[in-house]
Design a protein around this ligand. Structure first.
Ligand code: KIV
Length: 284
């Protein structure tokens, strides 16, 4: 993909009913592969804390870490529309922290938009970041940064009352200045109502087919992880099998002594070994 993707392209896709694929990824190499597809948007999610660093929640992702990995993705994908995930405590401590931290993603990482996990308590954060001139995606529904308070993540909007609250929250988040929404773990019927009734692009993460786009984390798409996954996660390849095979083949060749061979080694220039032997006077 050669042209820089702008937010106008994303809005136009919604207007034309074109579905938007989005990949949450965390590194330069994956980003380099991503740009060889027609995927227009990447998110650098705080799920990196789990899927890169091996923590059991997203909470340990720090601002510095997120800035570094977002910049790495930008270097691999210079033209993609890049969304940076505001990590835990990067916006909950004060409005001024929120604006400064959002700004770091724009200035230091080259992000086009910041994603903020919000409920009605964070509308002022959205407004402040948006008023400062930055594009905000409001993440509602399942909010993994609240795991400490709720204990377990569960589907959102599954009753009429919950659905009505979520629909109202979506409206408030957009009114506060979000120019995009991400719905995580929301009942498909409710996600579709929200998408149909807002002008902003709505990306689903496990919220059914009725949204304007879909996001999955790269390790799930690639089939890099074995073991339990969320209901909505789908693998489109089985890279774990190939990866394990490659590591095993490397190990076998090293232990057999067939790697490295002549082709995969550096060598002295012609005649230099003999010269060395003379220099060392047969001492080796
Ligand atoms: O952290 C992340 O990757 C995310 C997506 C799964 C929506 O927030």
């Amino acid at each position: 993909m050669n042209d820089k993707i702008t937010f106008s392209d994303i809005i136009q896709a919604k207007a034309e009913g074109k579905k938007l694929p989005v990949v949450s990824c965390y590194d330069y190499i994956t980003a380099k592969l991503l740009v060889q597809t027609n995927i227009p948007m990447a998110l650098v999610g705080d799920s990196a804390a789990q899927l890169v660093l091996g923590h059991d929640s997203t909470l340990p992702a720090t601002m510095d870490y997120m800035v570094i990995i977002t910049a790495a993705v930008r270097r691999g994908a210079p033209n993609i529309f890049l969304i940076a995930d505001m990590p835990f405590l990067s916006y909950q401590t004060s409005i001024s922290d929120a604006v400064k931290n959002a700004g770091r993603f724009v200035i230091e990482s080259g992000a086009n938009m910041v994603k903020i996990e919000v409920n009605s308590a964070h509308l002022n954060v959205i407004k402040a970041v948006s008023d400062a001139g930055m594009a905000v995606m409001g993440h509602i529904g399942m909010r993994p940064q609240h795991i400490g308070k709720i204990g377990k993540l569960k589907a959102e909007g599954t009753t009429a009352e919950m659905a009505a609250e979520l629909i109202d929250l979506a409206r408030q988040v957009v009114d506060a200045g979000a120019i995009s929404l991400l719905l995580e773990g929301v009942a498909a019927e409710v996600a579709e109502i929200i998408s149909k009734n807002t002008s902003v692009p709505v990306i689903s993460c496990g919220s059914g087919p009725g949204c304007d786009g879909q996001v999955l984390v790269a390790p799930d798409i690639l089939g890099l992880l074995d073991g339990p996954k969320p209901k909505f996660a789908k693998s489109f390849a089985k890279i774990s099998k190939n990866t394990i095979e490659a590591f095993q083949n490397f190990s076998d060749e090293v232990t057999r002594g067939t790697y490295p061979d002549r082709e995969h080694s550096y060598h002295m220039k012609t005649g230099q070994l003999e010269k060395l032997q003379q220099l060392l006077n047969g001492k080796i």
